[in-house]
Design a protein around this ligand. Sequence first.
Ligand SMILES: [Zn+2]
Length: 113
Amino acid sequence: MVMKASAFLAYVTSVILGFLGVLYLLASVYAPQRLITGSLLLGSAILIIALTVWKTSIPKKIIVQWSPSGELEVEELKCPYCGAPITELKPGMDIIKCKYCGKTIKVEEKPIW
Ligand SMILES: [Zn+2]
């Protein structure tokens, strides 16, 4: 995942805020009122990180719709020996083994014209 510039900026800002917050908290040893400033700075830094992580972790939805214009023709493939349906056919396969009678079938693509 590519990090967006806005997310990067948010992380940098929160790191700076968090660093200042820690500095204020450490300095509160000398002046207790710095404890409030430090907590606020650290708190907002954590809030920014949490919001950014939450925003960037939501995956984007991609909806692919397929709407064929005409009516679809479905043809069932059957084993020519026993008539069992052939289900394991994949594109590119031309020789398959029937699950039911064990005979090998060669699949040939017929031209549609
Ligand atoms: Zn068969």
